[in-house]
Design a protein around this ligand. Structure first.
Ligand code: SF4
Ligand code: MSK
Length: 644
């Protein structure tokens, strides 16, 4: 097989440590996602969303340039095929987040019933959620209330009529009315996911607009059964994040300790791994290590960072390079964004890959089954395995980069409001609203999503963020985008130099009110499911101002995504009227109809997301132009809201 020319390491990532580990991998003949991306040609048909494999009459593919057959065997045209393919992506992304929510709800139920070894850490949040759900709390114990909240959450996967409880509880009333009028409000997550799969089959829904509306329902399921429900229940179980200082970069690996990376998304097991890493320190010392060092990868990393200050080693695209350091005794994975390639890389070093869920296994990896009731047993076994593996480390293969970057994280909505309350105890949102009205903050942007091995790592996330900060846009971040920003000092006061003067003034004033030199330029709000937190902040601002979320100068940006989950999250925000930028091809370009619905402006005679919801999808690969487009949208909404 002829080998494609690989990109030079400097073209692959902006991170010097990633570059040096990739060089090491190549020298040691270890293939990683960056190289596989160079070797894998992208199919033009798939890129445009015009191939269909939904039945055995196919596969069928339609050429967007009009050459060749213009209909599949069943008669589906290019617009129907692209719309179905978009809905298929959204369904996949949404099911991941919904499963996350359901797992957390079951854990809360088992904890409340005394069957799982978890305690309710944030009783205040439990009461707040119970009240918002309309539950009676008087004369009930914490565990009784927790059980009722968990059962309400599980109803969102069971009920056959009405509206999902979490939609009813968390959605802005104007948005909810819009969705009800369109009859796209979800009833229960599993019902909607199954309906989406069913309507996408051969011989079912063949109306591109109706299919896109089905995708919006998926976005709402993602946002409420996935994001909001998971965040609320995780905060109840593990605590609502507060500002915390931690370290970033591959250099958080510790040569003198047993290193365990926790990777994936669901924090139940990893919380226990942290606990057992402390308990088993004496055993680590017996094998010559100074203790056990837990490092984060992807969003399991973000969850532990937000609540426990655990340092973060890598975002998605460089996950295999954590192993290439030769310093990792175990990588424990749960679900989502876990590349199968980690097992092949691990076989070239001493790292043990440990899968933990019965429906997420990797051939060749060790499996230690996790379920909430045996959380302690599983975590203990995992940490012991890593300790035992310490002796197999090969000093010849060891290469740990040197410098870490300090970053602040833990900015839950509650933490942001608490900080603002130092400036106005009676009305904490007012300092933020005043700053927006005065133009000191032009708007709010959420930098979300991933890194993608096909893209130069970090460049898109950081460029868009810096351009927005320079223009006095308040930036919040989640997921792997937050990792890019943290490594580039945008989550420490050092990064204030990238802010416009007015924004810097506001960040300093709030920071000093809570005893810091300043808030960091970008506020880390958490993992992918924590995109519920910016949504909560926007809902609170809209309610305070007496307007819809669509009226706020707020945008989302996802410059380097790889995941269909990002499309689901993006659609959730668009359904609220927030413009969302994506820097990676969303694979709908084959259909002018679907592209126009998602990305088109308001136009007479056509239905577009902007016209229906007030926000649209912006696909732009040039990072500077993307930031300009987002600023334009922010300015447009400011003009409408404030008459500027
Ligand atoms: Fe072809 Fe239609 Fe079957 Fe798709 S559903 S593979 S377009 S025949
Ligand atoms: S982990 S979905 S690469 S943010 Fe949430 Fe990172 Fe994107 Fe996975």
């Amino acid at each position: 097989m002829t080998r494609m020319k690989l990109r030079h390491v400097t073209e692959v990532s902006d991170d010097l440590q990633v570059q040096s580990l990739l060089e090491k991998a190549r020298k040691e003949s270890v293939s990683t996602a960056f190289d596989r991306a160079d070797e894998m040609m992208q199919c033009g048909f798939g890129s445009a969303g015009v191939c269909c494999r939904y039945c055995l009459e196919g596969p069928c593919r339609i050429s967007p340039n009009g050459k060749g057959p213009q209909k599949g065997v069943c008669g589906a045209d290019i617009h129907q095929i692209v719309a179905r393919s978009f809905l298929n992506h959204l369904t996949q992304g949404t099911s991941g987040h919904a499963e996350h929510g359901r797992e957390v709800a079951l854990t809360l139920l088992e904890a409340a019933e005394g069957k799982a070894p978890f305690e309710i850490k944030d009783v205040d949040k439990l009461y707040a959620v119970a009240n918002d759900l309309g539950l009676e709390t008087a004369d009930k114990t914490v565990n009784e209330i927790a059980k009722e909240v968990a059962l309400k959450a599980l109803e969102d996967f069971q009920k056959q009529t009405g509206i999902m409880n979490w939609v009813q509880m968390r959605a802005h009333k104007d948005s909810l009315k819009k969705w009800n009028d369109l009859r796209i409000t979800p009833v229960n997550a599993h019902l909607e996911i199954s309906k989406a799969v069913a309507r996408n089959a051969m011989g079912c829904d063949a109306d591109p607009l109706n299919l896109v509306l089905g995708a919006v329902t998926m976005g709402l399921v993602d946002g409420y059964a996935g994001l909001h429900l998971s965040t609320d229940l995780q905060d109840i179980l593990f605590g609502t994040p507060k500002a915390v200082k931690a370290k970033y970069s591959m250099a958080v690996l510790d040569e003198k300790k047993v290193n365990i990376a926790v990777h994936g998304h669901v924090p139940m097991l990893s919380e226990k791994v942290v606990e057992w890493s402390r308990k088993l320190k004496p055993e680590a010392e017996k094998v010559g290590a100074e203790g056990v060092n837990i490092v984060g990868v992807c969003c399991t990393g973000n969850e532990l960072l937000m609540r426990q200050g655990v340092s973060v080693a890598s975002s998605f695209s460089s996950q295999e390079l954590v192993i290439v350091s030769g310093a990792l005794e175990a990588m424990v994975v749960d679900i989502q964004c876990v590349m199968p390639g980690i097992q092949n890389v691990a076989e070239c070093y001493h790292t043990e890959i440990i899968t933990t869920l019965p429906y997420v296994k990797i051939a060749g990896a060790t499996h230690v089954e996790f379920s909430p009731e045996i959380a302690d047993k599983a975590a203990e076994e995992i940490v012991r395995k890593a300790i035992k593996n310490f002796k197999n480390r090969d000093p010849e293969k060891l290469s740990i980069p040197k410098e870490t970057v300090d970053a602040y994280a833990g900015f839950s909505t509650e933490q942001i409001l608490e900080a603002l309350s130092k400036l106005n105890a009676d009305d904490p949102l007012m300092p933020l609203i005043d700053a927006i009205k005065a133009g000191k903050i032009r708007g709010v942007a959420a930098l979300v999503g991933c890194t993608n091995p096909r893209e130069k790592q970090d460049i898109g996330n950081v460029t868009v963020a810096k351009e927005l900060l320079k223009n006095n846009v308040l930036v919040v971040a989640t997921g792997c985008a937050a990792h890019s920003l943290a490594k580039n000092k945008l989550m420490s006061p050092e990064g204030l130099v990238y802010c416009g003067d007015e924004l810097r003034e506001v960040l300093e004033a709030i920071g000093q009110a809570v005893g810091l030199p300043s808030l960091p330029p970008a506020l880390h709000m958490g993992s992918c499911v924590d995109n519920s937190r910016p949504a909560d902040l926007l809902t609170a601002l809209a309610n305070k101002l007496g307007v819809g979320i669509k009226d706020l100068p707020a945008v989302g940006s996802c410059p380097e995504t790889h995941s269909p989950k990002a499309l689901s999250i993006g659609t959730f925000f668009i359904a609220h009227g927030v413009d969302v930028h994506v820097g990676v091809n969303p694979q709908v370009s084959g259909s002018s109809v679907v592209t126009n619905i998602l990305c088109g402006d308001k136009q007479e005679g056509t239905v577009t997301a902007e016209e229906v919801f007030g926000g649209k999808l912006i696909y732009e690969t040039d990072h500077i132009v993307a930031a300009e487009k987002l600023l334009e949208r922010i300015n447009m909404k400011r003009a409408q809201l404030l008459g500027e």
